[in-house]
Design a binder for this molecule. Structure first.
Ligand SMILES: Nc1nc2c(ncn2[C@@H]2O[C@H](COP(=O)(O)OP(=O)(O)OP(=O)(O)O)[C@@H](O)[C@H]2O)c(=O)[nH]1
Ligand SMILES: [Zn+2]
Length: 367
């Protein structure tokens, strides 16, 4: 596991004022700043009830204020990447509010049909990591890309373990069939190929990146390689928080030496799609979109409608069957999530109405 900010910060910046810009603060969050006695900071780590927040005065430990604890939903609670306001007392800080989010990265909560799980917030780019060993899987890659785009996050494909194959071209060709306009970057943390380029030419300062991918693809190795020498200098505190206590970190936000901000996530076995509004299918599936305009019906689902230009393109061999099938599968999955969530809401409303009526009747008839 690489070093969380909670460890590196105190070593590097003790006593100095920290610039929040360095941690991705930008004017779009500014308008929501209200009381001047509150401290603004970004959540770098959450461990149980404790929140670690980077502020201009350094890293603070905080808990939720009563208002947050009792009045807001699980999704609204602070997540790694959130900007929050807090009151800072000598022994402990209290988070007062979560500032409006630029975006959230969600996935379907594994084990639930209707719930989203928010992984992190306020993210510019995602480094979608796959290993060039048996892990490489084009369908899984597309699933990540679709969900990221639906969450308004720009995907960058990172193909790690490039030392294991001699010819990278087949991987690039396969990805190009998805016709997605996203960067592909080959690297190896094993022999260092592509790491400097990733660090110097791909990762921009003050932008927030999230590392995602299955377990074992090399996310932690990659983060370690990017943290480079500064990590080694303070590695002895890597698993200890600022009070020297051992912590088990599950998800964290890191500042790289080039001032890019990286959020690490544990390897994900499932990355189920949710239904995020604001994007239509066409935007999320450009390979389908280029033919869809010629379909006979403007609301064509490209399943078995008459004169469907998408199906015709598959038959002519102009659209890869695999890309078409992946599209159908992913759209179906998103719709299923949406329908289940709406059903649940409807049932919840009916149950609420029934219980209100029962209460009124009890009052009225005094039973
Ligand atoms: N050959 C090769 N092996 C690598 C490379 N990068 C990482 N590995 C190996 O892959 C294994 C998994 O690496 P990790 O960095 O722990 O993977 P991870 O994605 O962080 O895994 P989780 O923490 O489970 O999410 C380790 O044994 C690494 O040594 C690489 O570029 N080439
Ligand atoms: Zn069609």
């Amino acid at each position: 596991m690489a070093l969380p900010i909670s460890g590196s910060f105190h070593q590097k910046h003790f006593g100095k004022m920290i610039s929040l810009n360095q941690y991705g603060w930008d004017h779009c969050f500014q308008s929501s700043q209200t009381q001047s006695d509150l401290l603004i900071g970004r959540v770098t780590s959450i461990q149980g009830f404790k929140y670690y927040i980077i502020t201009i005065h350094g890293e603070k430990e905080a808990e939720l204020s009563g208002k947050l604890l009792y009045e807001i939903s699980a999704e609204e609670l602070p997540k790694v990447g959130d900007w929050v306001t807090m009151k800072d007392y000598e022994t402990m800080g209290y988070i007062i509010d979560v500032l409006p989010r630029k975006n959230v990265l969600s996935r379907k909560n594994p084990g639930s049909k209707t719930e989203r799980q928010l992984l992190a917030t306020n993210i510019d780019y995602a480094l979608v990591v796959q290993g060039l060993d048996r892990d490489f899987n084009i369908m899984r890659l597309e699933r990540y890309i679709v969900q990221l785009m639906a969450c308004s996050i720009t995907p960058i494909v990172v193909l790690n373990k490039a030392d294991l194959v001699n010819d990278w071209n087949p991987f690039s060709s396969e990805i190009s069939t998805l016709q997605r306009d996203c960067k592909i970057h080959f690297c190896s943390t094993y022999n260092g190929i592509g790491i400097d380029e990733l660090f110097n030419s791909v990762l921009e300062p003050r932008k927030t990146y999230i590392l995602i991918g299955s377990s074992g693809v090399g996310k932690s190795s990659l983060l370690n390689a990017l943290m480079n020498n500064s990590l080694r200098a303070v590695s002895d505190v890597s698993t200890f928080n600022n009070k020297g206590k051992h912590t088990t970190t599950t998800r964290d936000l890191f500042l790289l030496p080039n001032d890019s901000i990286v959020i690490d996530t544990p390897g994900m076995r499932e990355f189920g799609l949710t239904f995020e509004r604001g994007h239509n299918d066409d935007e999320l599936f450009p390979a389908i979109h280029q033919f869809a305009a010629q379909c006979r019906f403007s609301d064509c689902k490209h399943l078995h409608e008459k004169d469907c230009a998408v199906i015709a393109a598959v038959e002519r061999g102009e659209l890869e069957k695999q890309v078409y099938e992946s599209y159908l599968k992913l759209v179906k999955e998103q719709r299923r999530f949406e329908m289940n969530a709406e059903d649940k809401k409807r049932l919840g409303k009916i149950a609420g109405k029934m219980s209100r009526e029962a209460q009124e009747n009890r009052k009225k008839y005094k039973y």
